[in-house]
Ligand binder design. Sequence first.
Ligand SMILES: NC(=O)c1ccc[n+]([C@@H]2O[C@H](COP(=O)([O-])OP(=O)(O)OC[C@H]3O[C@@H](n4cnc5c(N)ncnc54)[C@H](O)[C@@H]3O)[C@@H](O)[C@H]2O)c1
Length: 238
Amino acid sequence: MKAEKVSELTTNRLSVYLRCLNLLAEAGVKTISSQALADQFNLNSAQIRKDLAYFGEFGVRGVGYDVDELRRHLTKILGLDRPHRVGIIGAGNLGTALANYTGFAASNFTVVALFDNDPQKIGQRIGQNQIPVYDVRDLAKVVREKGIDVAVIAVPARVAQRVLNQVMAAGIKAVLNFAPVRLHARLGVKVKTVDLTISLESLSYFLARPQVTCITNPRSILPYEEIAQREERELAKE
Ligand SMILES: NC(=O)c1ccc[n+]([C@@H]2O[C@H](COP(=O)([O-])OP(=O)(O)OC[C@H]3O[C@@H](n4cnc5c(N)ncnc54)[C@H](O)[C@@H]3O)[C@@H](O)[C@H]2O)c1
């Protein structure tokens, strides 16, 4: 497997394929061709074949993919076959909302701790799973004790870099950042930023151009696919 050169766009697509395959499995579908998969979920069949071929031979010519087998492979490729333990730093509006959300469990992610620096919040328990809020100064200790391998940053932007530094010092290598700020991670640490304002502003851009948003043909997504493919080529060059 040549997984080390796989871009984030590819891993995002693998995650989409897995979600589609889970829906097919729930509906009792046993095998599916790349074309049928593409048609049902508005994906690109050549891209599916290319993405999957990268990780080995999955499909059977003329039959397609075995849905359960491909689900197992994608689950393994995405590292979802082992549980991930998540710690959320910032027990405010967003941090507590994320801790209350039970939907991550299906993908093998469990929120096991929140961290804060507010004495009023430290010691509280959040949501139906009664997740404890720890003092952020105890981050490294709790990370070790609870085997936390993913951190979510939900603190104000002005302290987010400092918190990331603490997270990295605690040995965590995968970070989901909600603070609207560009963070600097050291080599070997992956930070993904979810910036809702950027997403809203890009929606606003399309609202400002009704001729783009009014096209109903699914192929109207082609320009964005092209952008994604261009980004991917650039990533591959790095
Ligand atoms: N609330 C939302 O809908 C939303 C949406 C998108 C992005 N965000 C972003 O997420 C972040 C959190 O937003 P929020 O609305 O939950 O804010 P909030 O003020 O409700 O919560 C922030 C929490 O971080 C804690 N905190 C501050 N400094 C800390 C530190 N050094 N170490 C540990 N904890 C610390 C605070 O005590 C507080 O509990 C912000 O950067 C915000 O811009 C929020």
